[in-house]
Design a protein around this ligand. Structure first.
Ligand code: DGL
Length: 247
């Protein structure tokens, strides 16, 4: 299988990392819209327009599947992307909800959903989890984590102050959904702020679980071909990819 992975910027590389750990694909073509990141502060019309442009970009390649490695786009524009794409399009929100339901059998569990302002405003996670019977949900927009990760700040005073700013009045949850693909880079500090025992739902691992359930993978590709594209400064994206993915 040859797939396209789309994110607003570099965050979707955390999804590629999970995919590489499972050797699922022969070729992965990554597109980050680095010229227009962040999407999480934009409205549905803009997010949808950009997402359809990403579908057009992937038409330059013969891919079998598009994985939307951006929660914001998955929350707002998946249907529109599917309408304009010849291949299937899957998103991280649906996968994250399924991973949560598989891992958390107690419907009374307290679940904290983190994401960009747009993702949280969409209520995509909340509505899907409510439909599955979960009722103790707290959703929090934590958009400052996006530039913090883009700046590669993974510890220290700035991050600690931001954690305190967002979480000081939040009850300790049983599970946290990292509803933004930038957040796995700071999952340890987020987890440690509350306690180490919290279940963390990670978009990358969730999509791998989803893909393995939906498709039959007969081969393992230990050395897939990776191609990275960005709407601005592709060399910077490639440098981050080399570092995060240990290429
Ligand atoms: N990676 C995006 C997400 O998963 C967030 C970054 C942005 O705001 O564009 O929602």
């Amino acid at each position: 299988m040859k797939i396209g992975v789309f994110d607003s910027g570099i965050g979707g590389l955390t999804v590629v990392k999970s995919m590489l750990e499972h050797s699922l694909f022969e070729e992965i073509i990554y597109f980050g819209d680095t010229a227009r990141v962040p999407y999480g502060v934009k409205d549905k019309n803009t997010i949808t327009r950009y997402a359809i442009e990403a579908v057009e970009f992937f038409k330059n390649f013969e891919i079998d599947l598009i994985v939307v490695a951006c929660n914001t786009v998955s929350a707002y524009a998946l249907d529109e992307m599917r309408e304009s794409s010849a291949c299937p399009v899957i998103g991280v929100v649906e996968a994250g909800v399924l991973a949560t339901a598989n891992a958390l059998k107690n419907k009374d569990s307290n679940i904290l959903i983190l994401g960009t302002k747009a993702t949280i405003n969409s209520k995509a996670y909340e509505n899907a989890l409510k439909t599955r019977g979960y009722k103790n949900l707290e959703a929090k927009a934590t958009g400052l984590f996006v530039p913090i990760v883009e700046e590669e700040i993974y510890c220290g005073k700035v991050l600690d102050a931001t954690l305190e700013h967002y979480f000081k009045e939040v009850q300790k949850p049983d599970a946290i959904i990292l509803g933004c693909t930038h957040f796995p880079l700071i999952s340890e500090p987020i987890k440690n702020y509350f306690s180490k025992k919290i279940l963390i739902i990670h978009s990358g691992d969730a999509i791998v679980e989803y893909l393995e359930n939906e498709f039959e993978f007969t081969h393992k590709y230990d050395k897939p071909t990776l191609k990275f594209f960005a709407s601005e400064n592709p060399d910077a994206l490639k440098a981050v990819a080399a570092k995060w993915l240990s290429l």
